[in-house]
Design a protein around this ligand. Structure first.
Ligand code: HEC
Length: 344
């Protein structure tokens, strides 16, 4: 019996150990950890933490927190925030994405159709001139867990596009209006053409982008994220990237054809020019027409394209947990019953 008890205690002891190990690191990190949606109020941060890890709330005053933001060349213009901590090797992104409030976060999260529709509008009117969405078919826009457009809307929308079909009887490819079963046509004929039109960097396909990106948060967060169910690193990254364009400090040179963005995961600057500006897309539902709102909406839309079944997954997961809890109770009662008459 005592052995059994010991066995039952083992996982608890394991958890205790993890908690002990995490606590000191947690206390350290808590100063630099992005606080949920406080982007608008950087002043609430006490200025006690001009730490090297690029305090994310301080987007308004980069000069105060990070003495010398990065350049591409010129070792003299050092990537202060990144370099200081990691020796000579700069560490990207220079700034961590700020966590946003997402309707699809948490155990019961699901997409907000109005938001996904707005995000689609932003993609269609802005991003689609450079980025393909190869894996998405028009018909999926009628998804009741996603954008929830009506069948008629989807038909009308598909018909706005010209799709290359064929070959016809003469062996030629031809153009025809899109149908709901078609996928979004790419803006460029091939990656080479896309790269040529964008200073040598082909804009990546966005279908799975929200799942393909996400900034590693390091210990202990990657452990805690499992417990707090934080899975929104991808959309947080996209939002941060789209809203994060800044002027590099005077004297800092960014190589030609690239644009400084401290949130970019692979360097100080990227080939995509700032794609969004206030008032660029006209919303019909009265939502604010700001870069921040556009970025949030399009990130939510891209999360939907990357994981359209997120709602189902969370619902099933919850049911499974309920089942496991009931099952565990039943097993415990059974065990008591079976062992009741054993002397111990
Ligand atoms: C003028 C063309 C253009 C437009 C418009 C544009 N992009 Fe890009 N985008 C690019 C290029 C080029 C790259 C590749 C950048 C690089 O690797 O240096 C890119 C890269 C990206 C990346 C990947 C960044 C990474 O971590 O690798 C994301 C995400 C992205 N774009 C999202 C968007 C969204 C969302 C929109 C619409 C709001 C948009 N882009 C509009 C050209 C564009």
């Amino acid at each position: 019996m005592s052995k059994l008890r010991l066995l039952a205690l083992a996982p608890l002891a394991g958890l205790g150990f993890v908690a002990l190990v995490s606590l000191p690191a947690l206390a350290q990190d808590s100063t630099t950890e992005p606080v949920a949606p406080t982007t608008e109020a950087p002043a609430t941060e006490t200025p006690t933490a001009p730490t090297t890890e690029a305090a994310p709330a301080a987007t308004e005053t980069p000069a105060a927190e990070t003495p010398a933001p990065p350049a591409v060349e010129a070792p003299a213009a050092e990537h202060a925030a990144a370099v200081e901590e990691h020796g000579e090797t700069p560490h990207y992104p220079i700034k961590q994405p700020v966590r946003q409030d997402w309707s699809f976060a948490g155990v019961f999260g699901k997409y907000d159709p109005a938001q996904v529709q707005r995000g689609f509008q932003v993609y269609k009117e802005v991003c689609s001139s450079c980025h393909s969405l190869n894996l998405v078919a028009f018909r999926t826009l009628a998804d009741d867990r996603g954008p929830y457009f009506s069948e008629e809307q989807v038909k009308a929308l598909a018909a706005e596009y010209q799709i290359t079909d064929g070959p016809d009887d003469a062996g030629d490819m031809f153009q025809r209006p899109g149908r709901p079963s078609d996928h979004f046509p790419p803006p460029f004929a091939n990656p080479q053409a896309a790269a040529a039109a964008n200073g040598g960097a082909a804009p990546p396909d966005l279908s799975l982008m929200a799942k393909a990106r996400g900034v590693g948060r390091g210990f202990p967060w990657f452990l805690l994220d499992g417990v707090t169910t934080y899975q929104e690193g991808g959309p947080d990254y996209i939002h941060a990237l789209l809203t994060g364009y800044e002027d590099p400090l005077a004297g800092v040179t960014v190589s030609q054809g690239t644009h400084y963005n401290p949130y970019f995961a692979s360097g100080p600057a990227l080939a995509m020019p700032k794609p969004l500006s206030d008032g660029q897309v006209t919303y019909t539902d009265g939502s604010p027409q700001t870069v921040d709102q556009y970025a949030t909406d399009v990130a939510a839309f891209l999360m939907w394209t990357a994981e359209p079944t997120l709602g189902d997954r969370k619902e099933l997961g919850f049911r499974v947990l309920i089942f496991l809890i009931v099952f565990a109770v039943l097993m415990y009662l059974t065990k008591r019953r079976v062992w009741a008459k054993e002397p111990h």
